[in-house]
Design a protein around this ligand. Structure first.
Ligand code: NAP
Length: 457
């Protein structure tokens, strides 16, 4: 059985019975059938369905927000804006899909290979399995599903075991919006069942958002079956603050980036790297902003930080913090804990070789790392096995352009909050994964890029 537990008070919310083998087979059959019909619809029709999905999300945002907050502890305000972001993304893809997926004409009329006309067509692959995490229970799923479905694929969701209520609500969103049965289905399965489903011939590809070990396992199964995979994995994003940065804004954004969603974001600023000459001033500002955080019941409007989603995640943060202190880091604030409620921690004097530098820290733990100068700051930023996002703070635009290119990450946000946004690609390098979500690039991950070369006879 899957059990949803409210992490704020540990109350059991609901239990869900896993799908039987017969039910799984039924859903795979349904996905296969639905793909034939769904992919044959004109693009404009699929686009209209996804506009309706946006309407459904907007209409029910309070209800979905409350469900997310209850199951994984994010504040209701954050949960509702997550639903709104999903709705905005429906509109973005509905507005842009015809341009993104339009045939691309290629000039092949040359002496070495004349053709009457040549073009590239972008066609769907089939049922795509999505293995998803609990930290943004709606957004992570929707940012795959919206472009994937508009492109003509159908979706099969295996959500994280602690948010099965959200998983079923997501299936309802598509049903309520009138999409044909089978266009998007939720599987109530555990991680062990992923292998059998991914090996099924009817499933054509997989996207996984989650930890490195989960990604390695799923990608190796996909590889053994010669199936396309996209991996969105962990990160240890650097936030580099140079001496000429606007320190007040940088500190406020750094704390927001690190602490939102109780620190459980893949693109949170996990390592603050600061040039020596401004470190003291930046530290004081960061401390000030951490002190403004109001912990409490995530349903309450005054709360700005709720609990962590599960006890074992809070255990991990405690371990990483203590292990770093044992190696010389200094705790400036935080660390009290009541169940899943962890007081935000700030560690100073963090260095490579400490857990808080080398590992992904998935909770309210901010760390200060001193850099000798600009070159040292970039060296430290890149001294990580991860390469998801990053942020760079400087008022010198020439420097920003030059250094942004030197940072080893899937994205660099200069003087702003690192975020996901439907208009720009999202994804990582190194052990943060491969492939991209969002934007035109993300939409084209799960299509057959088909060359059509036509000669006159
Ligand atoms: P997780 O334990 O890897 O779980 C993610 C999903 O994978 C869940 O549905 C989980 O199912 C499933 N899973 C776990 N092990 C599996 C395996 N061996 N085979 C198949 N499926 C498996 O990660 P999490 O703790 O839920 O999420 C936090 C991680 O996700 C962090 O590392 C974070 O950085 C990363 N993340 C990355 C992004 C990004 O876009 N790059 C976004 C958000 C989160 P069960 O729940 O049933 O175990």
């Amino acid at each position: 059985m899957f059990t949803s537990v409210n992490p704020y008070n540990q109350k059991k919310l609901k239990t869900y019975r896993p799908d039987s083998q017969t039910a799984i087979e039924q859903k795979l059959k349904q996905a296969d059938r639905a793909f034939a019909d769904w992919s044959a619809l004109p693009l404009a029709d699929r686009t209209n369905y996804l506009r309706k999905v946006g309407d459904t999300l907007t209409k029910n945002k309070q209800q979905y927000g409350e469900l997310m907050t209850a199951e994984m502890g994010k504040t209701l305000k954050e949960a509702i804006s997550e639903v709104e972001k999903c709705a905005t993304t429906c509109a973005f893809y509905a507005d842009n899909a015809s341009a993104f997926l339009a045939d691309k004409s290629i000039d092949t009329d040359r002496s070495d290979g004349p053709a009457h006309k040549s073009f590239i067509a972008y066609q769907p692959l089939g049922p795509v399995l999505a293995v998803m995490p609990w930290n943004f229970p709606f957004w992570q799923v929707m940012r795959f599903a919206i472009p994937g479905l508009i492109a003509g694929n159908v979706g099969l969701l295996k959500h994280a075991s602690n948010v099965m209520g959200c998983a079923l609500a997501l299936e309802d969103v598509f049903r309520e919006s009138g999409l044909p049965e089978g266009a998007f289905q939720t599987l109530l399965i555990d991680s062990k069942s992923v292998e059998g489903i991914l090996k099924d011939k009817r499933v054509k590809a997989v996207t996984l958002t989650g930890s490195g070990p989960a990604g390695a396992s799923v990608a190796s199964i996909a590889g053994s079956q010669i199936k396309k995979s996209v991996l969105e994995l962990g990160g240890s994003d650097a936030l580099v603050v140079l001496a000429d940065a606007s320190l007040e804004k940088a500190a406020e954004t750094a704390v927001k980036s690190r602490m939102q969603n109780a620190g459980q974001s893949c693109i949170a600023a996990k390592r603050f790297i600061i040039e020596k000459s401004v470190k003291k001033q930046f530290t004081d500002l960061v401390l000030h902003h951490i002190e403004q955080i109001k912990q409490g019941d995530p349903m309450a409007s005054e709360t700005t930080m709720g609990p962590m989603a599960r006890t074992n995640l809070a255990d991990d943060i405690e371990r990483q913090s203590q292990a770093s202190i044992a190696k010389g880091a200094k705790r400036l604030v935080g660390g009290k804990r009541d169940g899943c409620n962890v007081q935000p921690i700030l560690l100073d004097n963090v260095k490579p070789g400490m857990a808080a530098f080398d590992e992904e820290t998935f909770g309210p733990l901010a760390v200060l790392i001193e850099a000798k100068d600009e070159a040292d700051a970039i060296r430290l930023a890149n001294k990580s096995d991860f390469g998801l996002g990053s942020a760079l703070w400087t008022q010198d635009m020439e420097k920003a352009d030059r250094l942004a290119r030197q940072i080893q990450a899937g994205s660099v946000f200069v003087n702003g909050l690192m975020r996901s946004d439907a208009r720009v690609p999202f994804g990582g390098i190194k052990t943060s994964g491969f492939g991209r979500e969002l934007s035109e690039e993300g939409m084209k991950e799960f299509v057959n890029v088909k060359t059509v070369w036509v000669e006159k006879v």
